[in-house]
Ligand binder design. Sequence first.
Ligand SMILES: C[S@@+](CC[C@H](N)C(=O)[O-])C[C@H]1O[C@@H](n2cnc3c(N)ncnc32)[C@H](O)[C@@H]1O
Length: 206
Amino acid sequence: MTDANRKAHWETVYTTKGENEVSWFQESPEASLELIDLAHPTPASTIVDIGGGASRLVDSLIARGLNHVTVLDLSEAALEAAKARLGERASGVQWVVADVTKWYPTQICDIWHDRAAFHFLTDPADRAAYVACMKRTVKPGGHVIIGTFAIDGPEKCSGLPVNRYDATSLARELGEGAVLVDARRHDHSTPWKSAQRFQFCIFRRT
Ligand SMILES: C[S@@+](CC[C@H](N)C(=O)[O-])C[C@H]1O[C@@H](n2cnc3c(N)ncnc32)[C@H](O)[C@@H]1O
C-alpha cells in the first residue's frame, strides 16, 4: 500500500463511520490503562499515543491528571473527532497528523502507547522505520506499550492485513534497547460483540 493510499484509507474510515461503528471502539481502554499504570506516570510525564485515532484513551489520561499528552495519527478526521468530543479539554493536548514511520518528535517522551497501529505494518521497512522512531522518541528508562492482534487474533483489521504477535515476536521486532516488563493477553469485544484477541506488552527503554 502506498503512503497516499494508507492515509486515504483511514480518512475514509473516520469520515464515513461513527465512533462505535468501528471494530476497535471501546468505551474504556482498560488494558491500556493497566499497563500505563505499570509505568507509574506522574502529572509531569510525557506520553504519546501512536495511531491514537479517535480513541478515548486521551480522555482517561487527562482525567488522571496527565498534562503532557500527544495524540498522533495519520488521519486528521480521527483527531478532529477526538477534539470535538473533548471540547475545551482538547486545548491541553498536542495533536499531530503524521505517519509514525516518518515522524521526528520535537521532544522526547516517557511513555509510548500504541493500540492497534503497529500491527498494520506488514512491510519490514515500515516496521524498521517505526522502531527507529520509537527509539528516538522514548527516553532511556521510559516505557513502550504496544497492543496488537495476538497470534490467534484476526488476520485483518479495518479490511487491511495485519501481522499478529506474541510477546516474544514483538520483543524481537523492537530489538535491543527495549526490555520486556510485562505481557498480557486481552479479549476485546467489538461493538457487535465479537471477540478479538489482543496481545499487550510493556517494555522498558534502555
Ligand atoms: C485500528 S485503529 C486504532 C485506533 C486507536 N489506537 C484505538 O485504539 O482506538 C488504527 C489507527 O492507526 C492509525 N494509523 C495506521 N497506520 C498509521 C501510521 N503509519 N502512522 C500513524 N497512524 C497510523 C489509523 O489512522 C487508525 O486511527
